[in-house]
Design a protein around this ligand. Structure first.
Ligand code: KG4
Ligand code: ZN
Length: 329
């Protein structure tokens, strides 16, 4: 079964063709990061206009790279939310036009579910597939969620952020330190030449699996404002350490409590090597993480998730709409 995936929820215009929910035949991404970097963050109006410009070329490239024609496809999977309304509309309308023109079934995918399903994408036959029950830590620009999965499309949210998402915290910390945008990769790069020598607070929120990252960000801001940060790279390393410490401790604890067989990492922050390595080191339970290009926004993960939706008979009609505030459950 060959599925065309389309993703335009934020600032990446992406299209991909995936076979049977696991094999990537193509994975094309047009990033707007350089355009938004000028403003230090995403400008929604600019993002939707860029999607309009990029969507047709990206679709053509994805089809060409996969060496398929429309008649080779079995369905279309498109992100309907959460995300920016104007950005989502571009992908959803492109998907509907293709579905109508070629008589293909369409399924609307939750972007967060897509991030989780990046873990099902394999490049080598030796790559291991996720095993249920599992716990997934979804860490992106807008979310920090701990989710229990007992089967496909079966989610129980065990913890979530109460304020800033972890990716958002990385972006804000990078801005405070003048390291540029997007902040996550900038902090990780700077941290490599620093040591985590600055004490920053951790919000443990004992008795829950929720997260809070606004305190650590504010503590960093105070230190910078008071002129107490003499080394940006040490500050970056200390901030990364504080965030990773909480994410890893809570994930390992919840995975042990739920007696799961695996831990999955998903979302843009999962591209962070320190987070991955620390989780592997501290967890007695096997850890899976997609390769970095599949952690950040892409359409292969949407096609992978769409495959399981089609398998479950979840076909949407052509009045499918965007849901900017869509929740996982
Ligand atoms: O999943 P994603 O690409 O988009 C959303 O769905 O939000 O995640 C983007 C977030 C940004 O906040 C970015 O700074 C963060 O992921 N990120 C990272 C790294 N790469 C991307 N955070 C920490 N370390 C990284 N290497
Ligand atoms: Zn995302």
């Amino acid at each position: 079964m060959k599925i065309l995936g389309i993703e335009t929820s934020c600032d990446e215009t992406a299209a991909a063709v995936v076979e049977d929910g696991v094999s990537i035949l193509s994975n094309q991404i047009a990033s707007q990061v350089e355009i938004h970097a000028r403003y230090g963050g995403i400008v929604p109006e600019v993002a939707s206009r860029q999607h309009i410009l990029a969507i047709i070329p990206i679709l053509k490239q994805a089809m060409a790279e996969a060496k398929v024609t429309w008649s080779d496809l079995d369905g279309i999977a498109v992100t309907i939310g959460p995300g920016l309304a104007g950005s989502l509309l571009v992908g959803v309308n492109a998907a509907k036009a293709i579905a109508l023109a070629h008589g293909l079934p369409i399924t609307g995918v939750n972007h967060l579910e897509g991030h989780i399903y990046a873990n099902w994408l394999v490049e080598h036959s030796s790559d291991s597939a996720p095993i249920f029950p599992l716990v997934c830590l979804i860490v992106s620009g807008g979310h920090s969620d701990l989710v229990l999965m007992k089967g496909h499309s079966n989610y129980v949210v065990l913890g979530r952020t109460r304020d800033d998402a972890s990716g958002e915290a990385f972006d804000k910390a990078a801005r405070i330190l003048g390291l540029g945008y997007p902040g996550g990769p900038a902090i990780e790069r700077a941290a490599r030449s620093g040591t985590a020598s600055i004490q920053l607070p951790r919000a443990w929120l004992k008795g829950t699996y929720d997260f809070s990252f606004s305190g650590v960000k504010t503590a960093l801001l105070r230190l910078v404002e008071e002129g107490k940060v003499s080394s940006k790279v040490d500050a970056a390393a200390s901030f990364q350490e504080a965030v990773v410490d909480v994410l890893v401790s809570k994930t390992v604890a919840v995975a042990k409590e739920c007696r799961v067989k695996q831990i999955l990492l998903a979302g843009g922050v999962a591209a962070n090597k320190v987070l991955h390595q620390r989780l592997v080191k501290n967890s007695p339970i096997p850890v899976l993480v997609p390769k970095p290009v599949l952690c950040t926004d892409n359409a292969a993960m949407i096609a992978a998730c769409g495959y399981y939706r089609f398998q479950a008979g979840k076909i949407d009609s052509l009045d499918l709409d965007v849901v900017p505030g869509l929740k996982l459950v």
